[in-house]
Design a protein around this ligand. Structure first.
Ligand code: GSH
Length: 409
């Protein structure tokens, strides 16, 4: 393949030298990197806020491309970049609330997920109202959020199960509220039912197709594999919901799915985008190794099999060699999203090599727009554009606390 046909730039960064210390005793990145990352983040944040304001689409309140994504970034900044500045911290929470209140009329009552639908906005409102002392409003939004569970669990055959548009994306909304306000905030019975609905749906399709996998999922008639639309994302969400009895009772089936996925890994370390498509091409969080790494590490934590960790480590190699994407710097199909693969491996292994790699990808992002990448359709959005890059850069400041937004709990 010629370099012009490739979807990635050659990675010319040196790999980890095995010596340099990258973390200070409190877990933060050492100087001068810490200050440099903060400075670059502030620069990009300013650009992003201005760009978002100018290109704002009041009809899009999604976390993926719209106002919800900016609100999620602001919530994140209050916990990272402005963590030690109480005034700024409160201000960014208020900014997030303002954006969401403004965009509430854009709720469509159509999509059921955190990333693309009403539950994202509602669950952030639950958290923000509560943090800002408006408990009655928080409860109202929580009731609205929970009332959607009837539809999610009702067996609607047109509702998918994947993360971007389906049941697993609704599940994340509930986990998000729990993460911020405590597990007791959401009745485990509801969470259990949502997981059961996902499991039932997977089992139904598997039986219908006489598939060797006990759980099988499709989206738009394709058996997608990756984190956004496929089984990787669905199974990952279930494994993040271990307290649910339905998940506990189906761990065997879930593990069989993980086993199957391991067998689908390409020699390069990447994964196919769907079972119908055997080409080793997309190295994105949404499709491919950068998303699968999260599942493999989680599966290792839950089932304890070394094989899952080595599958994850192989993902890390292909992301390092082929992960500087020409698509851009975003989190869904860009360099920042790919860098979360290294943060995930660093959190699991403690190996500074992965922190080094994440920092090199961060360095690439400092030169935002200078590599000749394509411009995303929504250039300032969280999943396609600059807001996602800013989110990642602030996460790397304290790598052990980093989490892929709207996906990792
Ligand atoms: N609209 C997106 C943007 O402007 O950033 C581009 C669409 C895109 O890249 N989609 C991802 C993908 O893998 C899936 S979410 N597309 C298929 C491909 O790159 O071949």
């Amino acid at each position: 393949m010629s370099s012009s046909e490739r979807r990635y730039f050659e990675n010319r960064f040196e790999d980890y030298d095995g010596r340099t210390s990258l973390q200070s005793p409190d877990g933060k990145i050492v100087e001068p990197y810490y200050s440099r990352i903060r400075a670059e983040t502030h620069k990009l944040l300013k650009q992003c806020e201005e760009g978002f304001e100018h290109s704002r689409d009041d009809h899009d309140c999604s976390v993926y491309t719209g106002a919800g994504g900016m609100a999620l970034l602001y919530m994140h900044l209050s916990e990272t970049l402005f963590k030690d500045d109480e005034t700024q911290k409160q201000q960014y929470l208020k900014n997030a609330l303002k954006i969401l209140e403004h965009s509430q009329h854009g709720l469509k009552g159509k999509r059921m997920t955190f990333i693309c639908g009403d539950p994202g906005v509602l669950s952030m409102l639950v958290v923000l109202y509560s943090k800002l002392g408006q408990d009655a409003k928080s409860e109202t939004c929580l009731s609205k959020l929970l009332s959607l569970s009837d539809h999610v669990c009702g067996g609607d055959p047109s509702l998918p199960d994947e993360v971007l548009y389906g049941r697993a994306g609704y599940l994340f909304s509930l986990l998000f509220v729990q993460q911020h306000l405590g597990a007791e905030k959401i009745n485990l019975g509801i969470i259990n039912q949502v997981c059961q609905a996902i499991l039932d749906s997977g089992e139904r399709l598997s039986k219908h197709e006489r598939n060797r996998m006990p759980l099988m999922y499709t989206w738009h008639d394709k058996h997608y594999v990756g984190a956004a639309h496929g089984i990787v994302g669905i199974i990952y969400m279930l494994l993040q919901t271990l307290p649910a009895q339905s998940v506990q009772s189906n761990l065997r089936s879930i593990e069989e799915c993980v086993e199957f996925l391991v067998s689908e890994q390409f020699p390069s370390g990447n994964f196919p985008s769907s079972l119908e498509n055997g080409t080793d091409k997309l190295i994105h969080w949404c499709h491919g190794a950068p998303g699968a790494v999260h599942l493999m590490v989680k599966a290792y934590q839950v089932f304890g099999k070394d094989k899952y960790l080595s599958t994850a480590l192989k993902c890390g190699e292909v992301v390092w060699s082929h992960g500087l994407l020409k698509k851009g710097y975003g989190i869904c199909h860009g360099v920042a999203g790919n860098a979360y693969a290294f943060l995930c491996l660093f959190k699991q292994t403690g190996d500074p090599k992965y922190l080094h790699r994440a920092m090199k990808f961060a360095e690439w992002c400092f030169d935002y727009g200078k590599h000749g990448c394509r411009t995303p359709d929504r250039p300032y959005s969280l999943f396609e554009g600059m807001a996602g890059t800013v989110y990642f850069l602030t996460d790397i400041l304290d790598p052990k606390s980093s989490k892929f937004p709207a996906f990792e709990i």
